[in-house]
Structure formats: C-alpha cells, structure tokens
Design a protein around this ligand. Structure first.
Ligand code: ADP
Ligand code: MG
Length: 462
C-alpha cells in the first residue's frame, strides 16, 4: 500500500470516527509497511498504540480490506529511535463488508475541546538538565528524581506545590521526559487539571464515559498539573477522585501539582484533600538569592549559543538576582529581554543598559514591605486586634505575635531596631532585639512557631 492510499483511507476514517477522535488517534499514526498480511503503523507513545489498538484497529482493518488490500492484522509500534517495540497486536479476522461496524457517533468540532483532547505536549526545555537545584527546591527536586526512576511506587501521590513560576510544571515535564527515555514501556500521561475536566465533560456529552474511564485507568503514571483548578467543580472532582483511587489501587504512580498546600485549597472536597495528603507533599519555596543567581548563570550559558558575541559585565547577574522577584518566569523574561535588546543595539550588557532596558521590571519588583503591613498580617493571622500588636499588654497571647511581627520587620524591611521599636507603641530598641532573638530561638525548638513565621513571610512576600 502506498502512503497516498493511506492518505485516502484516513479521510474515510475521518468520516467514521469524527474530527476529535481523528485528530487525537488516527492522524498521528504513521503508516510504515504492509507485508504478509500485517499492516504496521508507527505511533508516538505506547499508550496511544494500546488505545488505538483496542478502539480503532477493527475499523482500520475494515477500511484496509474493503479497499482491496490483503490484510489480516494491524500492528502498532512505538517510534523509539532504534528499539521499536510492538504494542500488543490485535489479531482480527478479515471483516466482511456486511459486518461493517456501526459508524461511531460523529463528534462535532469545538476547537478548544479538540485541542484539550490531545495529551498535553511536553516542553523540550523543561528537563532535569536545565533545572537548577537550590535550597528552596531541593526536596521537590529529589522527590521528582525518585519518581522519575519509575521503580517501586513508594509515595503516592507525589504532590508538588508552590507559588507561580517556581518550577512545578518544569519538574513534572522533566519527570515525563525521564520516564519516556528510561522506561518507554510505561504509559505516562501528563495533563493539566483543566484538560482533565474538558475530557471528562466531553466524554459525558458524547456518552463515552467508558472510554474515558478506560483511558485514565490504563495509564501507569498520571500527572495532573494545577489541580486547584478543579476545586468547586463537583462532578469533575468526583471523577478525579475515582480515577485517583483506581490508579492508587493498582499501585500506579500519581503526581499532582497545586499552587498551594492541599489543606489550603478552598472548595476542594475533603475526601480529595485527604487523598492528596496521604502521599508525599513537598513544597517549592520562593527562590532565594543564590538560586536566582544559579538560574541566571545557567540561562546565560544556554543563551550564549544563540548570541555568541554578547558580553555581560561583572555584577549584572548579581544585580538581577538581587532585585528581581522570586518568580523564575519573571527572571527569565528579564534576561531574554536584556539579550534581545543588547543584540539589537550591539552593546555589552552592563549596568546602564540593564537599568534602561528593565526599568519597568525593576520598578515593579521594588515593592517594599512596610512595618504596618507586617503588623496587620500578623494580627490577622493570630486573630488579634491591630491595636493589641502595638499596645502595652504583656500577656503571652499578644506578646508572642508581637515578637513574631518584630522578627519579620527586622528580616523583611531595612528599618533599624529603634525605628521598629517606635512603630511598636514607642518601645525601646532592646525590647525589639529581645523579641527578635526569642523568635530565632523558638524557630528551632518550636515547630509551630517556625511554621507560623514561614507562612507569614510567604504571605508578605507574595
Ligand atoms: P510553575 O508551574 O510552578 O508556575 P514553571 O515550571 O512553569 O512554574 O516555571 C516557570 C519558568 O521558570 C519556566 O520557564 C521554568 O523553566 C523556569 N524555572 C523554574 N524553576 C527553575 C529552576 N529551578 N531552574 C531552571 N529553570 C526554572
Ligand atoms: Mg505550572
């Protein structure tokens, strides 16, 4: 059979299976050979091979044989460079035309849905090689590495959480790439929670829940990104819950990301929440100076390929690492802009150029945390009145929050101890110093205090 003929057959399949199914399952098939009654197709993933084999191979066989080809069987194999492995073949008797299967319901094309149906593509830049490890993300990185080995499932699910632009999606893609390379036999499905919902809704609408369930229960590793998206969407949560349980029962690895801790996601069903908390929950902390500098240095290396003539003056990266916020996406954007600009004007990247080119970014991240903001956040957090934070009462229930607030003022603002004292109802600088020291000690001995301080710091820096 020629490629051209396969092209014609595909058009017939399109009519039978509908646009969505066609785009997702048929179009990516690459016809290879038809020999000794076996038609061989190349598929991008094992998962896809299995799915097409189970759901569409009869139909493909039928089209092949009614078009005059001598064929008994179709076979799919994964295009993994040299090692082509067959996906379990389906042997089928040639179908007589009178037994032609009833045409499947033709799905209407809603472009958004059609796209959502594809497994989300992986970003080729998001690998472990390009992920810079530092204190704020080392635990998350280590957990991701472990899961990417595809060995015995020890923690399920793995939940990665943290604010935007801290590398959750990057790590998930890195896991998927690694598994694809090391364990190509595993079906790895990565998608956003939003795509999960689209698929679910579409399956409901097209009465294809069996397919949906089958699809999700046949993966070996399921990754759902930004799971907070399904909070408040009741039936999607329910379906997610069942999918989740079915996979955990089969000891299949699940990896979830969220923009905050499962316990803090509003409108998440309790049973989903507690399921998420059963596994290993690790957070990506806001980046610190060292990590930002490391990321900038690594990006510089990557860029130097595309801009071989560019020079970066001493101190520029350090300056950026210092001045730009914790969000890595913003940091990367700034560097990209800087390089594009410098290469346009043909200048070395020095401090002057940096200030000119990034004036807006620098201004935006200049936001300073004020003493009053800290006092308000801390009083909200401990559920006491603002006036009690700065007031004279010395009972523990006010004194401790006050010390926490002093500690945060010392660490998050550039105010001096006497000035902080003045803003806490005219206290002496030694009182402030004592408060700061007390919290420093308690952070080591008292887990609750350590957690409070951390939460507050994060809320203030967000
Ligand atoms: P999130 O999903 O947490 O919002 P992303 O994974 O999309 O964040 O990361 C945002 C951008 O920052 C991406 O381009 C990613 O490659 C980059 N990035 C984040 N953390 C790191 C890191 N530790 N090393 C290198 N690049 C990083
Ligand atoms: Mg993300």
């Amino acid at each position: 059979m020629t490629q051209e003929k396969w092209g014609q057959l595909r058009q017939r399949l399109l009519k039978t299976v509908g646009q969505n199914n066609y785009r997702t399952w048929i179009e990516p098939l690459e016809f290879e050979t038809l020999q000794d009654g076996v038609a061989v197709f190349k598929v991008p993933t094992t998962f896809m091979g299995n799915y097409v084999n189970q759901n569409f191979s009869d139909l493909i066989l039928y089209e092949l044989s009614t078009s005059g080809e001598t064929v008994q069987r179709v076979s799919f194999h994964v295009a993994a460079n040299s090692t082509a492995r067959p996906v379990e073949d389906r042997v089928a008797a040639p179908v007589k035309s009178s037994e032609r299967p009833a045409p499947m319901e033709t799905a209407e094309t809603t472009s958004g849905l059609a796209e959502a149906l594809q497994a989300a593509p992986l970003d080729s830049r998001f690998t472990f090689e390009t992920f810079v490890v530092g204190k704020p993300n080392e635990l998350a990185h280590a957990a991701a590495r472990r899961v990417s080995e595809g060995g015995v499932v020890t923690f399920n699910p793995l939940v990665l959480y943290g604010g935007v632009g801290l590398g959750k999606t990057h790590l998930m893609h890195a896991i998927a790439w690694e598994l694809r390379a090391q364990k190509p036999e595993l079906n790895v499905l990565y998608l956003s929670a939003e795509q999960f919902m689209y698929r679910f809704v579409q399956a409901l609408r097209e009465r294809k829940m069996m397919d949906f369930k089958h699809l999700f229960r046949s993966v070996d590793v399921l990754m759902v990104d930004d799971v907070q998206f399904i909070a408040g969407k009741d039936s999607t949560q329910e379906e997610f819950f069942h999918t989740f349980n079915a996979l955990v029962d089969q000891n299949k690895q699940i990896i979830i990301s969220a923009d905050r801790a499962p316990g803090e996601i509003k409108d998440l069903e309790d049973r989903v929440r507690s399921r998420l908390q059963c596994g290993l929950v690790v957070d990506l902390h806001p980046t610190d100076y060292e990590l930002r500098l490391g990321i900038l240095q690594s990006k510089l290396l990557q860029y130097s390929g595309s801009y071989p003539d560019l020079q970066v003056a001493d101190g520029v990266l350090e300056f950026l690492a210092h001045r730009i916020s914790t969000n890595v996406r913003v940091l990367e954007g700034a560097l990209t802009r800087l390089f594009a600009f410098a290469s346009l004007v043909g200048r070395e990247i020095d401090m002057e150029l940096t200030q000119d080119c990034l004036a807006d970014v620098l201004r935006a991240s200049e936001r300073k945390i004020s003493i009053e903001e800290i006092q308000r956040k801390v009083s909200d957090y401990y559920n006491i009145r603002f006036s009690d934070i700065i007031g004279p009462k010395r009972v523990r229930s006010y004194a401790r929050p006050r010390q926490v607030a002093m500690y945060l003022c010392k660490n998050l603002t550039s105010r001096s101890l006497p000035e902080i004292g003045r803003r806490f109802g005219g206290r002496d600088h030694t009182t402030v110093m004592h408060g700061v020291r007390r919290i420093e000690e308690l952070k080591v001995t008292d887990g609750q205090i350590a957690e409070d301080v951390e939460m507050l710091r994060r809320a203030l820096e967000a």
